[in-house]
Design a protein around this ligand. Structure first.
Ligand code: 13P
Ligand code: SF4
Length: 304
């Protein structure tokens, strides 16, 4: 089968069998093309509550598929490639988080959505890269225990000096690869380009950016901007998608190491298998689902 034939077969099954395909913005181009919706973690979480389809195939990583199942237990939810997990989501053990909660009893516990469902059961609120500042600002508590991404945490803490942040050392193994030296080098090579960065990058990187935002935020900014050249400080799928969307503009990767292996696992064959009912269906214990749902509901309530 060619790529095009496989895409056509997926699109046919999707139409006939009441399936919706969601794809995170880091997915391969050929996968993004057959999705009903592509977007950042926040958009995908909210879309999951809106779709009426009986089956959802998530092309992304495990916590994203779990979020859909938490919000829509009546749906059949497939993670297109069952091995795709976000390494950051598992960096903190629930037992360690319980110890930290005892250390900071007055702190609101805020979890980046890139966490397991078990960790979410212990948290007060979830945030995503596009909603973190808005949500954490709205919390009544002054003190915030933020897990697990210290880089996103530091970036938001800088924006909210009125809050006291407590961090645990964790972060995205892909985004930490870029340094200030990479920014200086790529800026020297492309002096007219605007630099767009994801807040999972180190603070020494985001503090030099012309724009900091989620994957959807970066895409939207580049599409709307009058500028013609951009340095993209996030996973290199965004460079590729933007180049397709805007062939008249130029996009340069901040680092050739910006590849998330987990996001690249999903293939069209995986999606087709799920359409045939042969993928891994997400299953969560009802007690875990309900406890984790509280902090996702709070995110949607405060995030708008
Ligand atoms: P976004 O919410 O910006 O899509 O980020 C998710 C993610 O995993 C980035 O590495
Ligand atoms: Fe997780 Fe980083 Fe991959 Fe995003 S890019 S899914 S945070 S490992």
């Amino acid at each position: 089968m060619t790529i095009r034939q496989m895409q056509e077969e997926i699109l046919r099954r999707k139409r006939e069998e009441d399936i919706v395909i969601l794809a995170h913005s880091y997915q391969r181009r050929e996968v993004a093309e057959i999705a009903d919706f592509t977007g950042d973690s926040y958009a995908l979480a909210v879309l999951a509550t809106k779709t009426r389809a009986k089956t959802v195939i998530m092309c992304g990583v495990r916590f994203m598929a779990e979020t859909v199942k938490i919000l829509s237990p009546e749906k059949k939810v497939y993670l297109a490639n069952a091995a795709a997990g976000c390494p950051m989501a598992e960096q903190l053990e629930p037992a360690r988080l319980s110890e930290l909660k005892a250390e900071y009893p007055d702190a609101a516990v805020a979890a980046y959505i890139n966490t397991t469902s078990e960790l979410k059961t212990l948290c007060d609120v979830c945030v995503t890269s596009s909603s973190a500042e808005r949500i954490l600002k709205a919390l009544p508590q002054r003190e915030i225990l933020f897990i697990p991404d210290i880089n996103l945490g530091r970036y938001v803490a800088h924006k909210l000096p009125e809050k006291t942040f407590r961090f645990v050392r964790g972060g995205c193994p892909t985004h930490v690869r870029a340094s200030r030296e990479d920014v200086d080098r790529v800026r020297r090579a492309h002096p007219s380009a605007l630099f767009l960065a994801h807040p999972e990058c180190r603070f020494e990187v985001t503090e030099t950016a012309d724009y900091v935002g989620s994957t959807s935020g970066i895409i939207e900014y580049a599409l709307k901007s009058d500028a013609k050249e951009f340095i993209v400080g996030t996973e290199n799928a965004i460079v590729e998608h933007l180049q397709y969307e805007c062939p008249e503009k130029r996009f340069y990767p901040l680092s050739k190491d910006f590849l998330c292996r987990d996001m690249k696992l999903t293939t069209l064959t995986d999606v087709l298998n799920c359409c045939r009912g042969e993928g891994e269906e997400i299953a969560l214990a009802e007690s875990t689902r309900l406890a984790a749902k509280k902090c996702i509901d709070r995110m949607i309530e405060l995030g708008g």
